[in-house]
Structure formats: C-alpha cells, structure tokens
Write a protein that binds this ligand. Structure first.
Ligand SMILES: C[S@@+](CC[C@H](N)C(=O)[O-])C[C@H]1O[C@@H](n2cnc3c(N)ncnc32)[C@H](O)[C@@H]1O
Length: 299
C-alpha cells in the first residue's frame, strides 16, 4: 500500500451538516484536492449517494482517485477549473445537485512539494500553477517576478496581497532580478521590509498569495463559479464555500448578500455570520486557522 499525503479536511463537520448530506444525494466537490471532504460526503450519503470531484491539479486527482477507489461507481473525478465545474457536472448528467462544496486554496500536496513553487520553506522553482500540465496556462510566477514592471508588480501586491508596502517590495524585486527560486523571492521580501518581531505571518506570505492568485486567476474563477452555482442546484440544494483569506471571503459574502435579497432571491443564506474553525480544530490542524465558511440554500 502506498501512503497518501495527508490533508486534513477543514471544517468538515460544519460542511457536512450545512450540505445536509444524506443517502441518495448528488454532490459536486469543485475542489476535490486529496479527497478528504469527498470521502466524508460519500460515507454520509451511503449507500447510493453520488459525487463528482473536480480539480485543476492532475496530481491531486490521481491521489483522490486512489483514496476514493473503494466507492466505485458512486464517484466520478474530472480535471476541471473551478469556473468550468458547473459545466462538467451538467455534462456528467448529475444535475440538478443536492449540494455543491468548494474548499478554496491549496492542499498540503501543493504546499509540501517544493517543486510546485507555492512554498518558501524550501527552495523550489517560481511556478505556482495549479494545473502545471495545462498548455493553456502559460503564465508562471517566474514571468511575473522577472518580467513585470515595478508598477504592475506593486499594483498586484496591493490588490491581491493587500500589501501596504507593495511599492517598496516591488522595487526590491526588480532590483534583485533575476530571481530563480521561491526562497530567493522570500529573502528579497525580507530584505526589503524586514521581519516585525512577533508578526504572525512571514512577510512573504502576502506576496506569494498575490502572485498565486494572478497565475491561476483564482478570484475571477471563484466569481464565475458562484454565478453558475444556482443553475446546477435543485431547489433546497446547498452551497458551501470555505475561503482562506479576506479577498476570497469578500467575494463569497458579497455574492450571497446580492443573491439572497431583492424580490426574487436565488439563495437563502444559512450562515448569518461567517463560521470559523473551533480552537480545537486549529490546534489539531494549524492550516485551518484562516478558514471562513459560508453556506446558502437554493430557493
Ligand atoms: C484546500 S484544497 C482541497 C482539499 C480537499 N477539500 C480535501 O479535503 O482533500 C483546494 C484544492 O482546490 C484546487 N483549486 C484551487 N483553486 C482552483 C481553481 N480555481 N480551479 C480548480 N481547482 C482549484 C487546488 O488544486 C486544490 O487541490
């Protein structure tokens, strides 16, 4: 038996509860990753629930296929970007669905493999593509870091990293070119702005976030996915989204606010306030600490 990389599913009980998972249900996990949430959904919907899992990352799909193999024909896995997952569900003949889950961001698989370029704990190439085999996805972190103008870089760090020191960091990046690895980039940020004593985040965290969001067009895809979600849910079907930073969460919050108001709302919000992981969960799984869950029911 091979040992699979572990990724502890975040806010699992809350997600299952709000998805209202039960036997015979049909679900889409639009960010199936290593299959943690998917496995729990398949168990809770036994004996005949069905799940389509999509992800941009072929490595993640390979591993979730192994993990979910024992569910046989109850599972379908497809490589798909978030903004194409609704179409994939329709083409698979699974709609209308009882529940749609989206657990954004990166899995441990991506974070823990330096060659993917998402982490600055160990040196890796400046890649950061979620779908590295994707011919259509030609922009890499390397291109942004080594070719963009200081002004474009600063705007990116400000808009997608909410980085107040964006200009100073952008100028330092331009001065340090060529930058070849993730650790070189992180060091360049540290040299530019220093490390504040007691700071919770490494100063490069927001820089990496901004570049990754741009490389994969993650926020645009999230907005497009949300806009398509109502069309693949049955009335009473549930939408659950787990976000990991304020930019993602703002998009989800705004979407649900717009869609659950007016004379013909498409959703009824189930989480009046955003849900956060319990202190216990954060202790067991520190990667859960920035999670924010919102859920709604199709009306
Ligand atoms: C946090 S992980 C999901 C973990 C999963 N819920 C589990 O329990 O194993 C997020 C996954 O979403 C995928 N992903 C993130 N943004 C995406 C996008 N815009 N399109 C497609 N896949 C995306 C990543 O490749 C990653 O595998």
């Amino acid at each position: 038996m091979t040992s699979l990389p572990t990724h502890l599913p975040v806010m699992l009980d809350e997600a299952l509860d709000l998805l209202n998972v039960g036997p015979g249900g049909r679900y889409l996990d639009a960010t199936v990753g290593l299959g943690g949430h998917a496995e729990a959904i398949l168990r809770a919907s036994a004996p005949d629930g069905q799940l389509l899992g999509t992800d941009a990352d072929p490595d993640a799909l390979g591993l979730s296929a192994e993990r979910l193999e024992r569910f046989g024909e109850r599972v379908l896995l497809r490589r798909s970007w978030l903004d194409a997952s609704a179409r994939t569900a329709t083409e698979a003949g699974l709609t209308p669905l009882d529940g749609v889950l989206c657990d954004l961001g990166l899995s441990s698989l991506q974070l823990d493999r330096p060659e993917r370029g998402f982490s600055f704990q160990a040196a890796g190439p400046l890649d950061m593509r979620l779908g590295p085999a994707d011919q259509a996805q030609t922009v890499t972190a390397e291109e942004i870091v080594n070719q963009w103008s200081a002004e474009d870089l600063a705007n990116l760090l400000y808009d997608y990293g909410e980085e107040r020191r964006s200009r100073r960091i952008a100028r330092a990046i331009v001065r340090s070119r060529p930058i070849q690895t993730t650790t070189e980039l992180a060091q360049c940020v540290v040299d530019a702005v220093g490390i504040r004593p007691g700071a919770r985040l490494h100063p490069a965290t927001r820089v990496f976030q901004a570049i990754r969001l741009e490389v994969n067009r993650e926020l645009e895809r999230l907005a497009a996915f949300l806009a398509q979600a109502r069309g693949i849910l049955r009335i009473g079907g549930r939408l659950v989204v787990i976000a990991f930073h304020s930019l993602e969460d703002r998009i989800v919050k705004q979407f649900l606010r717009d869609q659950s108001s007016g004379s013909q709302p498409a959703f009824r919000t189930l989480t009046r306030r955003v849900l956060r992981p319990s202190a216990d969960e954060i202790e067991r799984n520190p990667r859960a600490r920035s999670a924010r869950l919102r859920a709604a029911e199709a009306v």
